[in-house]
Design a protein around this ligand. Structure first.
Ligand code: N01
Length: 871
């Protein structure tokens, strides 16, 4: 029974149950009504507002400029609401939420004072049974719904107070996340504040205005930047009003949901004075994303991060008079930005007041809270009031706080026992028709929440429409899609410094909670692209079921390594020309200009440029010598560039990397380029280069008489393979090993990967055809000097490291060469690199996920070198 009416078997009371009437629940209700879907919103509080309903502690305000932190779905709402301050205080934000509820008559579909206790999925009927209970006690109801949406907020369940003896205290006790509605009077009182996160940092200066004493108990100091609050900046208001739609659109496609110019410059690349001036400006201007984003690598490079952290520590020392207190307030145990940066008004200066004291719990731990105060190991303190500002069970607490049972009796708590498993932070496998707004696995708390809420609500509503239109009753993500999304999120987090902090982002603030990075760190823009693409590709990664049967569109939305994906996106944004539309001289000029922008690679002991006799005249080489004392093994290296462009210096970062990792001398040898010198000129030069280096190994710093290795990338990999075959057939020189990095091995270009990866991964199938067309006419391409895979015999060749990348048109011909070598009895280390493209392993210091593969490739090569193989 629901609402006293008899329900037909398989019928529903409503289409959608929404849990929570914060900003997410309110907007969702508004959208669902427009769709004509019946909706019940259930809310534990007595009014709308969510976070802003509960967090009424003194000083509570937004830490994102309120002009940005407001709905964008209705221009009329935007025009009629004027914010009073740059960072609006909690009462004003709550009034805004109430205004929205009034304007759209939302309250009539919201049941206040009601908690959702549980939800159970009935697979037969494809319905959720939702159990409620009034907060004030008494019987609840059961509501049957087709869909349930958890709009429960990310920071809505306060962490259990885990300070020993906390329940013994007889004075007034407050929790910042559950502040009373009546004003709290601190006048003349002795107040303890436990915790120094955002909530404490905002409330301490305000409490100190009235209290007789304030004692702050700090376990871990936080980084905080000044709000520099005041009236709404006129410039920003004017900017938005000039073109509201464009401003909001740019927020939607920004990294954090607040539009600002993202720096592409490393903090380590600018002179000290320039960097400090930039930091000073950002300190004055405020804004979390803007401050952390002053340089591109604060959240990825420890050295860059330390520069910014040091700047803030300098500020703390300059504000706080007592050096000991200042030192205690300086965070040193985690990188800045890896816990949410706080935004304050007078926080540090408050410690200069005579009645404010900081207790460093690392030095003076609490033994217990007593009836009258707090006992430290070395002191007893008495208080009238204790304020617990101890944080939240973030992102998952409110969701698993509801007893949710999906298909086959699986509970959400069980499903998430090792950390939340979601697809896009929106849905969970085995929990059909259960949606999360800003759930774990979405940008949520790393972004302007309102922008992320609107995006999720819009996506969910569009999904409802889609299901209705196609006649599907249920939707849920596939196992493959969920696993891959969680992996992708973790890989992204591992590219940042975020996992290094014991933060609530990591679940580390709640004892026993799995240590997993909870939000999606790939940016609001990158995330929105993924969500849109999922839909465009027919709800990829979802299975939908209905009377017409099952539609399973299994698959993975993000298969590239995250840094490779970001690089490809940036390249596509630049609108670079397709190389095959240019002439060879234009391609050479273009690729040289691009190469000038890349990181240089590691330092080596010495670099020497020289000339060697090629097959038809002198050519350049560049020698990279390790810093260790010689003699060293020698690698003869051939650059990439489709036989058309490149030089002895064009693969500089990769050669340095190879030199450092193998401890070998790398001789990067130029060769003649097509079309001026077509096939077999490059192959002839490669053979000449190998002979010359082998003959001069001792003079160059190698061991006289010891076999040299050959190596090359792409067309250079082709030349290395060819040179090894020629040396075998000619009875020398002795080659110890071959490293073939994404090599060209077959002019037939018929392998499946040429089609599968034809476009979008830098080296395109069209460009590869263009290279062949310049290098060798079709009738010559089956010559083993052009296509080493076509050689009659592959036995007797030196051990080979063959590296192929998943998203490379050349992948299959590289794989085929590795397999053919193995069949011929050659020792092969075949490294298949997932998530990478043809050129990405050469992007030393630019794509961190390539580094472990370069390490493996170098280790394998080193282990092969020294075991000379002769024909
Ligand atoms: O919570 P927190 P918060 N003994 O977890 C300490 C958002 N927010 O409520 O770090 C002693 O950050 C704990 O110490 P430690 C914002 O996203 C937004 O302040 O675990 N101390 C820490 O110092 C923010 O990040 C606004 O060592 C104990 C503090 O309590 C998030 O909410 C305003 C302890 C908790 O800090 C959470 O902020 C406020 C113990 N047993 C909050 N247990 C806006 O401006 C915990 N602590 C929008």
């Amino acid at each position: 029974m629901a609402n006293g009416t008899e329900r037909e078997a398989g019928g529903t009371d409503v289409d959608v149950v929404v849990v929570g009437a914060g900003f997410a629940g309110m907007y969702l209700l508004h959208r669902l009504r427009q769709l004509g879907m019946s909706t019940r919103v259930l809310e534990a509080g007595d009014d709308v507002g969510g976070t802003w309903y509960w967090n009424r502690y003194p000083g509570a305000r937004c830490d994102i400029e309120t002009l940005d932190y407001s709905y964008s779905f209705d221009p009329e709402l935007e025009r009629e609401w004027q914010w009073s301050e740059k960072f609006a205080p909690q009462p004003e934000i709550l009034r805004y939420a109430q205004h929205v509820a009034d304007k759209y008559h939302l309250r009539r579909d919201i049941t206040f004072g009601t908690r959702v206790e549980g939800a159970r999925w009935d697979d037969q009927a494809s319905r959720w049974h939702v159990r409620t209970r009034p907060v004030s006690g008494g019987a609840g109801e059961e509501i049957v719904a087709r869909h349930v949406v958890m709009a429960t907020g990310c920071l809505s369940v306060p962490k259990e107070i885990d300070v020993p003896g906390a329940d013994r205290f007889r004075g007034e006790v407050y929790l910042t996340g559950r502040w009373p509605h009546e004003p709290v009077d601190f006048t003349g009182k002795r107040v303890a504040v436990i915790g120094t996160g955002s909530s404490a940092i905002q409330s301490i200066p305000v409490i100190a205005e009235d209290a007789a004493q304030v004692t702050v108990f700090q376990r871990t100091p936080n980084f905080s930047i000044p709000a520099n609050n005041g009236p709404v900046p006129e410039r920003k208001r004017a900017l938005i009003e000039a073109d509201r739609a464009a401003y909001r659109e740019s927020a939607r496609w920004s990294g954090s949901g607040v539009p600002y110019e993202r720096s592409m410059v490393s903090a380590l690349s600018v002179p000290d004075e320039e960097r400090l001036a930039t930091y000073e400006m950002a300190w004055e201007r405020g804004g979390i994303s803007e401050f952390l984003g002053t340089y591109s690598d604060h959240l990825t490079n420890p050295a860059a991060n330390e520069l910014l952290a040091d700047f803030v520590r300098g500020k703390i020392r300059s504000i706080v008079h007592d050096p000991e207190v200042a030192e205690a307030l300086c965070p040193t145990t985690y990188p800045i930005g890896t816990k949410r940066l706080c935004v304050d008004t007078n926080y540090y200066a408050t410690y200069n007041l005579p009645h404010v004291r900081l207790v460093d719990l690392r030095k003076h731990p609490i033994t217990t809270v007593t009836e009258r105060g707090v006992d430290l190991v070395d002191e007893s303190l008495e208080f009238d009031v204790i304020v617990f500002a101890t944080g939240f069970d973030a992102m998952t607490g409110a969701v698993v706080g509801v007893d949710i049972t999906g298909r086959d009796g699986l509970t959400l708590r069980e499903a998430w026992q090792h950390g939340p498993m979601t697809y896009l932070g929106l849905m969970v496998e085995s929990f059909p028709n259960l949606f999360l707004v800003t759930g774990p696995g979405s940008p949520s708390v790393l972004s302007n929440m309102i922008v992320s809420i609107e995006q999720h609500v819009d996506w969910i509503v569009d999904c409802f429409v889609h299901l209705r239109d196609e006649g599907s009753e249920t939707i849920e993500p596939t196992h493959t899609a969920v696993e891959a999304w969680v992996k992708h999120t973790n890989e992204f987090a591992d590219l940042t410094l975020m996992p290094r902090a014991n933060s609530w982002y990591m679940g580390a603030n709640v004892p026993g909670k799995p240590r997993v990075f909870l939000p999606y760190p790939g940016g609001v823009d990158g995330y929105r692209r993924a969500c849109n693409e999922v839909v465009e590709r027919g709800y990829l990664g979802f299975v939908r079921r209905g009377p017409a049967g099952e539609r399973c569109n299994d698959g993975i939305i993000r298969r590239l390594a995250p840094d490779v994906g970001v690089m490809l996106h940036m390249m596509s944004e630049l609108g670079l020309p397709a190389l095959e539309t240019l002439s060879p001289p234009e391609v050479r000029a273009f690729t040289e200009a691009m190469a000038a922008q890349r990181p240089p690679g590691p330092d080596v002991g010495e670099i020497v440029d020289g000339r060697y006799p090629g097959a038809a005249g002198e050519l350049d080489y560049r020698l990279y010598r390790p810093a260790s004392p010689g003699p060293h093994p020698v690698i003869v290296y051939f650059h990439g560039g489709g036989w058309v462009f490149g030089s002895a210096t064009s693969d500089d970062p990769l050669c340095r990397d190879l030199c450092v990792r193998t401890g070998a001398i790398v001789m990067s040898m130029d060769y003649r380029h097509a079309p001026e010198a077509p096939f077999p000129a490059a192959a002839d030069d490669a053979v000449a280069a190998l002979r010359w280096v082998a003959d001069h190994a001792g003079e160059l710093g190698g061991t006289d008489g010891e076999a040299v290795a050959v190596a090359g990338w792409s067309a250079g990999g082709n030349l290395a393979a060819v040179a090894a075959q020629v040396a075998r057939d000619a009875g020398g020189p002795a080659v110890s090993a071959q490293l073939l990095l994404t090599p060209v091995t077959d002019g037939a270009v018929t392998h499946a990967s040429h089609e599968e990866n034809a476009d979008g991964y830098v080296l395109t199938a069209a460009l590869m055809r263009w290279f062949w067309d310049h290098y060798a006419p079709p009738e010559q391409r089956s010559d083993p000097l052009a296509s080493p895979l076509r050689a009659e015999r592959l036995d007797g060749l030196p051990p080979a490291v063959v590296v192929t990348c998943e998203f490379d048109p050349l992948r299959d011909e590289g794989d085929a060469y590795a397999a053919a070598l193995e069949r011929a009895g050659v020792t092969v280390h075949h490294l298949r690199v997932p998530g990478h493209v043809h050129s990405s392993l050469t992007a030393v210091d630019a794509l961190p996920t390539g580094a472990p593969f370069r390490a493996e490739m170098a280790d394998a090569l080193r282990s092969f070198m020294g075991a000379a193989v002769t024909a």
